[in-house]
Design a protein around this ligand. Structure first.
Ligand code: AMP
Ligand code: ZN
Length: 461
């Protein structure tokens, strides 16, 4: 039985799909004005793990992810310029060119990280009509009103506003920033549609003149189009709880007149060196940055698997090094299991499988599941353990089927020959010759150590 932590109920709930045949899931996607940083990618790895947990629990999926290529202003709360327009201006390109470039890089990153592409990827700019229809319906139902610069959602009309973050409306008002827009009825009212100001690049015709959509309406319109009014799971980063997802709920439920998402799931933030990631600190690393420093994208995926998604994860290069080493050891051990023709008692294999499923189904507990794999590989070498790992990999997504001995790990013939002559020398008790050969081996970059069975050779670190 799969249990997942539901931000809405603040507890682990048993997962029951609306439709037995298919799980419908929406995940907030990237705003494609920049490279995704490792924090963003942690959140997409999290979404991928939910997908895989559902799949190995026997569910089929219809997942939707949006690509925000318009309407996400510099502040989530509708302030500032459109992120796409800012990037376009800075790079002297059109917003469409910006979107195309960063969308491509984003999907390249997902591929490297073994993150499944959801069944439907929907671009905001291709769903403007659906958004306009949604806004019209909210106006008709009395949940929205027009001002001189746009159409706003009236949060005072939606009683449940704040239920996801648990913040009551009056608390939010008390803590709100000084309000500049005097036409807004309540400080939390948010733009559904903005009338285009002079010189605004991306704009569309609407019943309210030329304009562009608000960011929040995008997810509501696209989830409704592809998943229907009511669906199972909605995921995203924890920063979206207080504004973006609160606003999505308000829009969806105002229109539908009922609860529209059964399970809300949120990934905690990634920190760098214990603090926030920010451009000014120069610590918003990308996958390319990690690759340039000698890590593989899957080292980063492995790093993320070591922490539960509801815990903050602190990124440091020391901990990345540890993840890289641990993954290399894991892969090496799996290779040895793969090469073995021994068997493992099927009962033992079954026990591992059960423990693994319990971990995955206990709110997608990846670190616990990984711990079970690390215990399993300590079993005597056997192909069954390798096959077990392959099965676990449907969840981990670490490409255990592709691991192979790296060129640099294999010992050159010359060194193997030298080691053999050293063993000969030792056999005839010519220790000075044996020592000389050892020095020669070391000078060529290899270490030889004697064991009870003979000796082992490895490359110097
Ligand atoms: P954005 O492109 O800014 O909308 O962000 C894309 C996704 O990354 C959203 O789901 C955010 O919640 C998430 N996100 C942003 N910063 C971080 C971070 N430091 N750690 C984890 N997730 C993040
Ligand atoms: Zn969204």
């Amino acid at each position: 039985m799969l249990k997942i932590y539901n931000t809405l109920t603040r507890q682990k709930d048993e997962f029951k799909p609306i439709d037995d045949n298919i799980v419908r899931m929406y995940s907030c996607g990237p705003t494609v004005y920049n490279y995704a940083h490792i924090g963003n990618l942690r959140t997409y790895i999290f979404t991928d793990l939910i997908r895989r947990a559902l799949q190995i629990s026997g569910h089929k999926l219809k997942g939707v992810m949006n690509i925000t290529d318009v309407g996400h202003l510099m502040e989530d709360s509708d302030d500032g310029e459109d992120k796409m327009a800012v990037a376009a201006k800075a790079q002297q390109k059109t917003p469409w060119e910006i979107a195309e470039y960063y969308t491509k890089v984003f999907f390249d990153d997902l591929k490297k990280l073994n993150i499944q592409t959801p069944e439907i990827v929907a671009k905001a700019t291709e769903h403007i009509d659906e958004m306009i229809e949604f806004v019209k319906a909210l106006l008709d139902k009395g949940f929205a009103y027009e001002t001189s610069d746009g159409i706003y959602f009236d949060v005072s009309k939606f009683e449940k506003y704040g239920s996801l973050s648990g913040k009551k409306l009056d608390e939010q008002v008390a803590g709100a920033r000084v309000e500049v827009d005097t036409e807004k009825r309540n400080p939390e009212d948010f733009a559904l549609w903005k009338k285009a100001e002079k010189g605004h690049i991306m704009q569309w015709e609407s019943p309210w003149g030329m304009g562009y959509p608000g960011w929040h309406i995008e997810c509501s319109a696209m989830s409704k189009k592809y998943l229907g009014e009511v669906f199972d799971i909605h995921s995203g980063g924890v920063d979206h709880v207080p504004i973006h997802h609160e606003n999505e709920i308000a829009q969806n439920e105002a229109l539908a007149g009922k609860q529209t998402v059964n399970y809300w799931m949120h990934a905690e933030f990634m920190l760098v060196d214990g603090g926030k990631m920010s451009k000014s600190l120069g610590n918003t690393y990308t996958i390319k940055d990690l690759e340039d420093r000698g890590y593989e994208a899957l080292d980063f995926r492995f790093f993320c698997l070591n922490a539960h998604y509801r815990k903050k994860l602190n990124f440091t290069f020391e901990s990345m090094d540890m993840a890289k080493t641990a993954r290399a050891r894991l892969n090496q051990s799996l290779l040895e299991h793969k090469a073995s023709s021994n068997k493992t008692d099927p009962k033992i294999i079954e026990e591992y499988k059960e423990k693994f499923m319990d971990a995955v189904q206990d709110d997608v507990n990846a670190p616990l599941a990984l711990g079970i794999l690390f215990t399993a590989i300590k079993e005597p070498k056997s192909k069954d353990i390798y096959n077990l790992a392959l099965e676990f990999d449907k969840f981990f997504g670490l490409s255990f089927d592709k691991i192979e001995t790296k060129e640099e790990d294999s010992i050159p013939d010359e060194i193997v020959m030298l080691a053999a002559s050293r063993a000969e020398a030792k056999k005839v008790r010519d220790f000075s010759k044996a020592d000389a050969i050892r020095n020669e081996i070391e000078a060529k970059g290899y270490l030889i150590s004697d064991t009870r069975e003979g000796y082992t050779i490895k490359k110097k670190d």
